[in-house]
Design a protein around this ligand. Structure first.
Ligand SMILES: Nc1ncnc2c1ncn2[C@@H]1O[C@H](COP(=O)(O)OP(=O)(O)OP(=O)(O)O)[C@@H](O)[C@H]1O
Length: 287
């Protein structure tokens, strides 16, 4: 995006995946309350690739995002972000990685991604200033990104609370991308939006793929990711049960849970399964 060569050893320089998750286990709780949330998850994301991670509530999607962002610890396996193995990183190393802007995130609720007391301008320049960019240059880049997410420059002086939900989420997307990260994790970025805003944010994400950023987009809704993901990974009860191109997963779903997801989303399929077939798939899953 800037035309500057990638730092030596970075994923961009080596052609290595931007994200490599290998045999990842995550547990919550201690002793008798210890429960697995992720079991043996293996997934890699190439530079510039968009991967959708889908699954029902409680399947472990947010846990995967949190593990990749260093917010929960792996109990087994490894995570490599931008060519750097992060699994054993403590708070200091994570801070340094975040400051370099290698990985950024957008949560479902934009108020979690944005500081309510910072103006939109300050929210957008803050990550750039942390990365060592001078304020004037940071403001120029912030304005350009606002344009990219189809927001007018006169919003820069407002607080997040003075924007609509859709505008806020577009600011959160701009903030995540303004440092030109190698990887962005979006956790249910459109599920809190009404349908018009949902379509608009999905269109913006589609356009932003051209910047070369790798995107992991988490959603419970196959329909939301199908249009923008190069590949779709299906999480079911903490396990990755299927990974394929969006087309493969929709046209030839292999796991019963994926078949149920596809058959429950008639807009994806010309011939949605009838109720009897969906009931049979549910029976298979709960056997
Ligand atoms: N902080 C926590 N402490 C204990 N258990 C947790 C915690 N966070 C999540 N879990 C459990 O881990 C499992 C996976 O949760 P996770 O939030 O990753 O699922 P999800 O697929 O993102 O769900 P949703 O779509 O509802 O956000 C669930 O059984 C959940 O109850």
């Amino acid at each position: 995006m800037t035309g500057a060569p990638p730092p030596a050893g970075s994923a961009a320089a080596t052609g290595a995946p931007v994200l490599a998750v290998d045999g990842l286990d995550v547990h919550y709780g201690r002793r008798r309350r210890r429960r697995p949330a992720l079991k043996g998850v293996t997934l890699s994301v190439a530079r510039g690739e968009t991967v959708g991670v889908i699954g029902e509530t409680g399947s472990g999607k947010s846990t995967l995002a949190r593990a990749v962002l260093g917010l929960v610890r792996a109990s087994a396996g490894s995570i490599t972000v931008g060519g750097e193995e992060v699994t054993g990183h403590g708070a200091g190393k994570w801070r340094a990685l975040r400051r370099r802007g290698v990985v950024q995130y957008v949560f479902q609720d934009p108020l979690r991604s944005l500081d309510p007391d910072l103006t939109i301008a300050d929210s957008l320049v803050e990550p750039l200033i942390l990365a060592g960019v001078a304020r004037a240059e940071a403001l120029t880049r912030a304005r350009a990104f606002l344009d990219r997410v189809r927001l007018a420059g006169d919003l820069l002086d407002r607080l997040p609370g003075e924007l609509s939900g859709g505008q806020r989420q577009r600011v959160a997307v701009a903030r995540a991308l303004v440092t030109e990260p190698e990887l962005v994790i979006l956790d249910e970025p459109v599920s809190a939006l009404d349908s018009a805003n949902r379509v608009q944010v999905l269109e913006i994400l589609k356009d932003l793929r051209a910047t070369g950023v790798a995107i992991v987009m988490i959603s419970h809704d196959l329909g939301s990711v199908a249009g923008i993901a190069d590949r779709v990974a299906v999480l079911y009860r903490g396990e990755l049960v299927e990974v394929g191109t969006a087309r493969e997963v929709i046209d030839t779903p292999r796991h019963p849970y994926t078949r149920l997801l596809v058959s429950s989303a008639p807009t994806l399929h010309t011939a949605p399964a009838d109720r009897a077939e969906r009931d049979a798939l549910r029976a298979l899953l709960h056997a």
